[in-house]
Design a protein around this ligand. Structure first.
Ligand code: SF4
Length: 472
């Protein structure tokens, strides 16, 4: 029997995508995926430091993994991702039974480092930045094991050049680096050839894609560099790959939103009618403290342009409540802007300081947690009201869904996702495979999902494999 592995992922899509790559590298090295940790020889904890309590979760998991490791000869523990990048040598200092610690810039070294640790013992390898001429820095350039076969993330950019006061990403993911245009299109072509029908273009600030490539071209003396492709061109090129039914992107930054992106969305049939458009706060004063680079008015203006350009556009957002110094008047403004934006859904967060960020040092201005909790509830009321209205407006409509699998509560009910990224539960007349496309008529609505009546199967899935990657 070969050695086996399991990956536990904590965090965002970028982390999940890195986990697919780590899995792919380990499999290319002969390891076999298992879904039960007791069957594994290698456990990978792919960490995130954006989420609250990430440190506690990691060091808590490492505590019980110590026992797991000593139950069988040759077992190894790998810690990767943003928290490993941030904590560096601290991981091995706190948990010396960890075998490999690797950061965000050397995911491509995962299998080699596991082998190295087998032969030579514990290793911590953290790079300060991505190696610029090494395409392996883009997770999409590495072999992958995906947790389902019909959709895929495609990294178009790594790092971030912004400095939002609450965010640790620039510190752990480095500066923005765009992946070459043709590489992205080639990856999508190869994914579609493997049966993938939906891709999500992934980056920290996707709509500034390509600026660094333009700059580099200009510095190299290319006078036409300004004409080189940017995000809108990328949407068009990816969307024209034959066989691709759906494409999405996440996340754009409102300050870089331009009409050419909306025009490209509207002109690209595969582009789903969904825009994730992070507001963070509706108060201009708080937006300035956050260094977000836009005002609420400009945000709403661009949103109106997007809706005018793309018919039936669903819009989601991220909002933080209780940023240091947030006053009642600031919160009121956030409620007004959220109501005016009429979101389809919103991820709402209570501010929580991330060590190493500017906001974490604003301790004198932290808002009383009881006040924040009360504000959070008021915001939830506004966004759920708007989500319910948006969902109710879809009752009676026929929607195309891609089948995600049986509902968690009732296996006879299937869950599917519409182009607007809405979850629909429905009971098919015969079993449907994951990745099938079907039509449903929406019969009722709740703030977080729709109920549908199955109409017909539109397309069977054509992807080849499905291997589970566990999520933490
Ligand atoms: S744009 Fe702001 S919130 Fe997004 S990754 Fe960059 S710094 Fe963080």
């Amino acid at each position: 029997m070969g050695r086996s592995y399991i990956v536990h992922t904590f965090g965002c899509q970028m982390n999940e995508h890195d986990s697919e790559r780590i899995s792919g590298l380990l499999e290319a090295d002969g390891l076999i995926a298992v879904s039960d940790q007791d069957d594994a020889d290698v456990v990978v904890l792919n960490t995130c430091c954006i989420r609250e309590n990430a440190d506690n979760k990691l060091y808590g998991s490492l505590g019980w993994l110590r026992t797991w490791k000593h139950e069988r000869e040759g077992r190894q523990i790998v810690v990767s991702g943003c928290l490993a990048q941030k904590d560096r040598d601290l991981v091995a200092a706190k948990a010396p039974w960890v075998d490999v610690v690797l950061g965000t810039h050397n995911v491509h070294r995962a299998a080699e480092l596991v082998q190295h640790a087998s032969a030579h013992g514990q290793i911590t390898e953290i790079l300060d930045a991505a190696v610029l001429d090494d395409h392996a820095m883009f997770p999409s350039a590495l072999p992958a094991v995906r947790d389902n076969g019909y959709n895929a993330w495609v990294t178009i950019q790594i790092g971030c050049d912004n400095h939002c006061a609450f965010c640790i990403v620039p510190a752990v993911r480095g500066v923005e680096i765009s992946r070459p245009f043709d590489d992205i299109v080639a990856e999508v072509q190869s994914l579609v050839a493997d049966g993938v029908t939906e891709v999500t273009l992934l980056g920290q600030n996707v709509n500034s894609y390509g600026r660094d490539l333009q700059l580099a071209a200009r510095q190299a003396g290319d006078a036409d560099a300004r004409l080189r492709p940017l995000f809108a061109d990328l949407i068009g090129a990816v969307g024209s790959v034959a066989g691709l039914r759906r494409m999405r992107f996440t996340s754009p930054h409102p300050k870089d939103m331009r009409p050419d992106t909306f025009a490209a969305m509207a002109a690209t049939p595969a582009m789903c009618e969904h825009l994730h458009y992070p507001l963070q706060s509706g108060s201009d004063r708080v937006l300035a403290l956050m260094h977000r680079g836009y005002t609420a008015e400009r945000y709403l203006e661009r949103l109106a342009q997007a809706r005018a350009a793309v018919p039936d556009l669903a819009v989601s957002t991220d909002i933080i409540v209780g940023f240091p110094g947030e006053s009642e008047a600031d919160l009121q403004r956030t409620l007004e802007v959220a109501a005016a934006a009429e979101y389809d859904y919103a991820y709402t967060f209570v501010f929580s300081p991330r060590e190493g960020t500017e906001a974490a040092a604003m301790v004198d201005h932290f808002v009383d947690p009881a006040v924040v909790a009360e504000r959070f509830q008021r915001l939830r009321v506004v966004v759920e009201h708007s989500a319910l209205l948006k969902h109710q407006a879809r009752i009676g409509r026929v929607e195309e869904v891609v089948v995600e699998g049986p509902s968690k509560k009732d296996p006879s009910v299937m869950s599917g996702r519409t182009r607007q990224n809405k979850l629909v539960h429905f009971t098919p007349t015969h079993p449907l495979r994951v990745g099938s496309y079907a039509t449903v008529e929406v019969v009722s609505a709740a703030p977080h999902h729709l109920m549908g009546r199955f109409l017909e199967l539109v397309a069977e899935p054509v992807h080849r494999r499905r291997i589970a990657v566990s999520a933490g």
